[in-house]
Design a protein around this ligand. Structure first.
Ligand code: MG
Length: 392
């Protein structure tokens, strides 16, 4: 790892873990963080959590697990090209979606509505909660006891959360505010460059793979992609090079070029910014007024156009809306019933529920429901609401 840039996050300079532990002789702290994330329960559940399509809608769509792996692959490639810490970038990519409830954004909307009087629900705050409290697999602490840099990167996936650098005036989610009161993650500054890489790798991954999944689902046709910024010109290039190419090969040839185009642009623009700003340390990057890892202005504009197309033709397609509507109801009904009748919770959760006041019970029920996979949520809903299904 001698080849790391001076402004990368260097493992030997990590601010460490909240609960001190002997470190490994073999793996750096960021390698260990990455490994802990892969081995945790929430990571395995990504397999049956929705990215855009619910798991039973088809075997060839991306669930959140394969989305996550694609993000990690892209983040690693970019981190290597920029001489940043690959392990940290990869770990952050692997963790970035752990807090998503079942059914993706529909599930999040349902839980946010259900939790309205108790402070709402935010998937990023929930990721932090999983990593610092809900995973109970170590004898000496709750959570995974990850390094400061990994937790920082997770919390700032969308940039600074507070202060003048924050992109929104939205209040800091209660769960994050509470945690940083005890463990300061400096939420008013930008994260290190590795976290910025992971965040934009997320955009690169879903912009490209959602086009693939949307075509596969028949939500739009390849002819309609011709007019889409970035994707349209790339499609034209593939057709010009391989006249008469069949759709089955055409789409992946387009997607791989699309990813490459975005990655190359990001690396070039980021190198230019790094040269202009000349940071010496990771802390210099955190202290800047803008992210250092970015697309060029032209690519950002193209990305906006691509995103607008996906929004119109995919995320708001009536077929996706119908499934989202059902999913929102499932999640909300589960939450409301279990909050009103905690006696229906499984025994181990009932034990945790004993003696809790209503806001604390709501948080517990939220933890239970948000942790569900799509598959489990549908089964649990059937067990609780369908008289003809056995309760157990
Ligand atoms: Mg994501």
């Amino acid at each position: 790892m001698d080849s790391l840039a001076s402004y990368a996050c260097h493992p030997e300079e990590s601010r460490g873990r909240r609960f001190p532990e002997p470190e490994s002789q073999m793996r750096t702290v960021f390698q260990r963080d990455r490994d802990r994330i892969i081995h945790c329960t929430a990571f395995r559940r990504l397999k049956y959590k929705t990215q855009v399509f619910v798991y039973h809608e088809g075997d060839n769509y991306r669930p959140r697990l394969t989305h996550t792996l694609e993000v990690a692959q892209i983040a690693r490639a970019i981190a290597r090209a920029l001489a940043l810490n690959e392990d940290l970038a990869e770990g952050l990519a692997l963790a970035h979606d752990l807090g998503h409830p079942p059914f993706g954004h529909a599930g999040e909307a349902g839980l946010d509505e259900a939790m309205a009087e108790f402070g709402g629900f935010d998937h990023n705050a929930h990721t932090l909660r999983i990593l610092t409290r809900l995973e109970r697999r170590y004898a000496e602490f709750d959570g995974l006891n990850l390094t400061w840099e990994t937790l920082e990167g997770v919390v700032k996936h969308n940039g600074p959360l507070a202060g003048c650098k924050a992109r929104t005036n939205k209040a800091v989610p209660a769960g994050i505010a509470e945690y940083v009161g005890e463990h300061d993650l400096e939420i008013e500054s930008f994260a290190g460059a590795e976290a910025q890489v992971a965040a934009l790798s997320d955009d690169i991954a879903y912009h490209s793979h959602d086009l693939d999944d949307g075509l596969r689902a028949g939500l739009f046709t390849i002819e309609e992609v011709e007019g889409v910024p970035l994707a349209g010109p790339v499609l034209g290039e593939v057709r010009a090079r391989y006249p008469g190419i069949e759709l089955q090969r055409l789409v992946p040839e387009m997607i791989r070029r699309l990813i490459d185009r975005m990655v190359q642009d990001l690396i070039k623009e980021t190198q230019a910014r790094l040269a202009a700003v000349n940071p010496k340390t990771a802390q210099d990057i955190r202290g800047l007024d803008a992210p250092v890892v970015t697309f060029s202005g032209a690519m950002e504009k193209d990305n906006e156009g691509l995103k607008a197309f996906l929004m119109r033709r995919m995320y708001r397609h009536y077929k996706v809306n119908r499934m989202a509507s059902k999913a929102r109801v499932v999640v909300k009904e589960l939450f409301d019933l279990l909050l009103d009748e905690p006696g229906c919770l499984p025994m181990e959760w009932q034990e945790l529920a004993e003696g809790l006041d209503r806001p604390a019970l709501a948080q517990l029920v939220l933890d239970y429901v948000a942790g569900m996979t799509d598959r489990f949520a549908l089964e649990e809903h059937r067990r609780l609401f369908d008289l003809y299904t056995k309760a157990q």
